[in-house]
Structures are given as C-alpha cells and as structure tokens.
Design a protein around this ligand. Structure first.
Ligand code: NAD
Length: 395
C-alpha cells in the first residue's frame, strides 16, 4: 500500500453536541442538564419503550434535576411520518415546552428533531426539506438513544417518511443537531438480536461511506476508522450476548462516532438506495444498508482503492503484501461474511426478495434513489443503470 497521504485542500470540523457517556447515566444526568438552563421538557418517544420503563427512567432523571415534564408524545413508529411530526409539534406548542427530550432509536430522535423545528418555526414540515433552511437556533434538544445504529443523537440530519411521495425526506441543518447526547449502554441491553444486527450494520455503513465520500477529512476519517474497528470486533458478540454491557458500550460508542463522521462527510450511494427502499418498500433502514453495503463498496472500489484497503485493515484483516485492490476486495468479502453470520445468528435478511420487495418495483426504486441528496457525496458519479444493477443483484 502506498504511504503517500493526500489531504483535502480545505475542511472544517464543528461539533455542537455535547456527548456524555456512562453506564447507568440516564438515571442521573443533572450536571449536564443544568448547563442547558431549561425547565419544561417535552418527551418524544414510542409506546413500546414504556414496557421497558425507559421513558419513566428519563422522566425521573429530569424531575430530580428540577426539570418539569411539560408533556409526553409517545406516538413515534419506526420510520415516522410527516403528519405525525406535525401532530407532535402541535402538542409540544400547547404544552409550552422549552426543550425537547428524545428517547428511543433513530425514529424517535428524528421525529423529535422535526417537532423541535416546527415548534420554533411553524408551518409545514415539507417546507423545510433539503439543506440549511433555518436561520436561527431552535430549543435545546436532548437525545437519549436506545439503539446503536443511526448516530442521530450527534447529527444535523432528520429523515422522515413522506407517504404522499412514498419517499423519505431529509432535513439537514446544523440547528437540528441535539445540544446534548446522553449515551447509556444499559438502555440498549434489551435490543433483540435482529435489531442489534441491523442497527450495527447501519453504523458500519455510516462509517464506510463517511470514510470514502468526497467530503471526508482527517477528522471524520479518524472517527469512522474507530467505528469500523468497534463494529467489526463487537457486533456479532452483541448479537450472541446482548446482556454484556461492555459489548453494548462498544457498539453505542461506535454508532455515535460513525454519526459524527458522516455528519461531516455525509453518506453516499448505499444510503441513497436504502432511503428509496425504505420510502417505497418499507425496508427497515439498517437492513437495507446491510444488503446494499457490499455492492456499494464494490461500486466505489475503483475510485478509492487505497481507502478501501485501509478499511480492510480497520475491519481487522491482515493485508500486508496485498495490492490495494486485493485488500479492498478482502474487506468487501469480510462484510459479506459478516452479513451471513448475522443472518445465521439473528435472521438478518440477505436478499431484498426476503423482505417483500417485488422485482418489478426496482426500476422505480432506482429512479427515486437517484434523487436522494446522498448521491452528491458519493466518490464515484452514480449512474441510474448501475443503481438498478446493484438492486437487482441484491434481490
Ligand atoms: P427505530 O428507532 O425505528 O427502532 C427500531 C425498533 O427498535 C423499534 O421497533 C423499537 O421499538 C425498537 N427499540 C428501540 N429501542 C429499543 C430497546 N432499547 N429495546 C428493545 N427494542 C427497542 O430504529 P433505528 O434504526 O434506531 O432508526 C431508524 C430511523 O432512523 C430511520 O427512519 C432512518 O432513516 C433514520 N436514520 C436517521 C439518521 C440521522 O442521522 N438522523 C441516520 C440514520 C438513520
């Protein structure tokens, strides 16, 4: 492998979110809360998490820190939708909230971001589609993730389903970034095997795409590299023994690191396809990413051979004496093998046909994927026929 480094002409790194980590931290994060100066929290979560008593735990932590509960919106569903966010914002406004607390996976955190936006700015969510549409800060948002995958607790991105256009819309603005991310791996101990597998592969996809994208920088690279190491080393272990808090810690840290990485360099063709599969065919986000990841890596290999060789090293492979291309191919083979292992251990689907995607919809999925903002950041110019070919191979 060549040792020459090529740094970008310009990059910047800004991290507005304060990230705190601790086993059991979600029971008491009063010190971190006090710096926000808030007194009326509006909780955004999903009903299922009540059965695990997770929102109660956060509610108690808030109350013992002197923050009252203005209201609770627990209607979030996976891949939550535009109308639901608008209803949540109305409830938050009526409740007189001065901060939003998101409790849950990416769906809850993204819904909370959309609610926070509408709470301050009003109007319809679709008016804010796209990038950098806001001109002023919103109310402080506290994110308490209960999955380890999206990294949304540390990103300026919200992805919301728009049933009218059967697509996932992205809202991207620095003011959407949470003020505080509370990482407590204990909250992820209850994740079932298949969700552990899918969310872990989501984090790996963020890290890989962030590492090869056109806006990658030495700072995002460092975080992406460590996220890849952690996921490669611990994901199968977390699936096998979900009760091991050290392993869960590794994945939660990896997920947030990958989130910070892609928040700076963005994602690419794999996410473009995953968003279209989610919007049109309701494929679970992490599962779509897992299925498309090796194909997207192969697609980009020819324009980033050295970086894919480095990825192979981060994944734990011994690539000494190999050409960059051969090392990159080994990294891709590792990802395929990991997908297979997660299929055997947790039932992670390996084919689009396994999750109800019909073959005749693939041309529409490819066309929708081409309109996704992620495509702009992919290191190789993306052609629609190539996207269709990847989708067909994954079917
Ligand atoms: P999710 O939030 O939809 O949750 C998936 C499932 O996990 C749900 O059924 C939920 O009930 C369950 N769950 C959550 N926490 C649990 C726990 N502790 N124990 C047991 N079950 C639990 O899944 P996700 O993968 O975290 O989020 C996916 C969403 O995030 C998608 O809409 C995706 O597009 C979006 N996303 C956003 C970003 C971003 O930067 N904003 C990045 C990637 C993905």
């Amino acid at each position: 492998m060549s040792t020459a480094m090529a740094f970008p002409d310009f990059f910047q790194f800004h991290l507005p979110v304060r990230i705190v980590f601790g086993k059991g931290l979600s029971k008491d994060f009063s010190a971190e809360l006090s710096s926000l100066g808030v007194s009326r929290a509006f909780l955004v979560t999903e009903k299922f998490l009540h059965t695990l008593k997770i929102p109660d735990r956060i509610r108690q932590a808030l109350e013992s820190a002197g923050v009252g509960i203005a209201g609770v919106f627990d209607e979030v569903v996976p891949n939550s939708e535009v109308g639901l966010c608008e209803r949540g914002a109305e409830a938050a406004r009526k409740a007189g909230a001065d901060c939003i607390v998101a409790i849950g996976g990416g769906s809850s955190i993204d819904t909370a971001k959309a609610i926070n936006l509408l709470l301050s700015e009003g109007g319809k969510l679709l008016d804010y589609q796209g990038a950098q549409t806001l001109t002023r800060p919103l109310k402080p948002l506290v994110a308490v993730p209960t999955t380890s995958g999206t990294g949304s607790e540390a990103t300026m991105v919200a992805v919301i389903n728009d049933p009218d256009s059967q697509s996932k819309i992205s809202l991207v603005d620095r003011y959407l970034t949470p003020a505080l991310a509370v990482l407590d791996p204990e909250l992820t101990l209850t994740l079932p095997r298949r969700i552990t597998a899918a969310t872990g592969m989501d984090a790996l996809t963020h890290a890989v795409e962030a590492y090869v994208d056109i806006e990658s920088s030495p700072f995002s690279d460092a975080l992406a590299a460590q996220a890849m190491r952690l996921v490669a080393r611990y994901l199968s272990k977390a699936v096998i023994d979900g009760g091991d808090v050290e392993v869960r810690s590794a994945l939660q840290i990896a997920s947030t690191m990958a989130g910070v990485a892609f928040n700076h360099s963005m994602v690419g063709v794999i996410h473009g396809m995953a968003h279209a599969l989610g919007g049109m065919c309701h494929v679970v986000h992490g599962e779509a990413n897992a299925m498309m990841l090796p194909l997207g890596m192969e697609y980009n290999l020819e324009v980033r051979e050295r970086k894919f060789a480095e990825i192979a090293r981060f994944l734990g492979l011994d690539i000494r004496g190999k050409s960059d291309r051969d090392a990159g191919l080994e990294g891709i083979a590792f990802v395929r093998q990991l997908n297979q292992e997660l299929h055997d251990l947790a039932g992670l689907p390996t084919r689009l046909s396994d999750v109800g995607v019909s073959r005749d919809r693939l041309p529409e999925v490819a066309a929708l994927a081409m309109t996704d903002g992620s495509m702009f950041y992919n290191p190789r110019d993306v052609a629609e026929e190539d996207v269709l070919a990847m989708l067909e191979r994954a079917h």
